[in-house]
Design a protein around this ligand. Structure first.
Ligand SMILES: [Zn+2]
Length: 303
């Protein structure tokens, strides 16, 4: 390719790969739902979540706790929990709704991290509820929208402390799911999680979905569960190029081949003023929600 063509190609491909024009009505609804979280305080984000769940016909339970860190001082928090079904074992889906304050004190919009995962979970909740209504399941599906993840996984820890962990069959954690068709997941989740990773691999293969296993994957609420010996998988999404760059950044050692000082795109965005709606793709989230709902149902079928 000629240099000139390269420049033209670079210009073409530099624009976001997702054209907002051809967004489906359902994808548009997802984006509107995400927008409602942008730049709110964490208490307001919790209120938005509860309202959205109620509007969708659920009765979310608020489970309050005393949280905070030495830096923040004591800080009350509350996880939001919705339970579907009545089985003796639990498939748990987790995702944090809280966002971080930026260095200037203004709240991050927190849409990639992590309102995208929250709307994905609500979509998966609808799909699973419909399925359970048709075919009763021997499993309960427990959706835990966690608070104070950004302060050190506090909400997830508090939830696990208050839950009978012998009930938990598997946990699916969702963090950073604003856009992208490549699903990323960590393999650093403990030996007890091998069957969860196997289910993920099977489903990726069957659906011909582009999935990337990370030997080392950045921490999220999954660490609370893996440390406690609970089977868990942590899943995020991104465009293929960003996912490969992120894989190299975390797993490439000293020979990543990435330019010195290079930061994978998603890490330039989250926890910054750049975590905004321009990156969000409702149709990606919708498709990934179907995948996650089916993964949860697969985990209740295969074992
Ligand atoms: Zn996050």
């Amino acid at each position: 390719m000629l240099f000139r063509s390269l420049i033209i190609a670079a210009t073409v491909f530099a624009s976001p790969a997702f054209a907002q024009d051809d967004l489906s009505p359902e994808g548009q609804a997802i984006e509107t739902a995400i927008q409602a979280y942008a730049s709110k305080t964490n208490d307001e984000r919790r209120d938005v979540l509860v309202q959205q769940l109620r509007a969708a016909g659920y009765q979310p339970e608020l489970q309050g706790f005393e949280g905070g860190t030495p830096r923040t001082g004591p800080l009350p928090g509350a996880n939001v929990v919705v339970t579907v079904g009545e089985g003796e074992k639990d498939i748990v889906l987790t995702g944090h709704f809280d966002a971080v304050p930026l260095s200037d004190g203004v709240m991050s919009q927190g849409v990639i991290d992590n309102a995208g995962s929250i709307t994905l979970m609500i979509e998966a909740l609808d799909l699973i509820s419909d399925r359970v209504a048709q075919t009763p399941s021997p499993y309960r599906y427990v959706f835990v929208f966690t608070d104070q993840e950004e302060l050190g996984l506090i909400g997830a820890r508090k939830w696990l402390e208050g839950h009978d962990r012998s009930r938990i069959h598997a946990v699916i954690n969702l963090d950073v799911n604003g856009y992208g068709e490549t699903l990323m997941y960590g393999e650093n989740v403990g030996e007890q999680s091998a069957f969860v990773l196997a289910a993920m691999r099977m489903q990726c293969a069957e659906r011909a979905v582009d999935c990337m296993a990370f030997p080392v994957y950045p921490p999220s609420d999954d660490r609370v569960f893996s440390a406690a010996g609970v089977p868990v998988i942590s899943i995020g999404s991104q465009d293929a190029v960003g996912a490969h760059q992120m894989w190299l950044a975390f797993n490439g050692g000293e020979t990543t081949g990435l330019a010195e000082g290079f930061v994978p795109p998603v890490f330039q965005r989250i926890h910054s003023a750049g975590d905004d709606m321009q990156w969000i793709d409702g149709d990606d989230i919708l498709r990934n929600a179907r995948f996650i709902a089916d993964l949860a149902l697969r985990l209740s079928r295969d074992n």
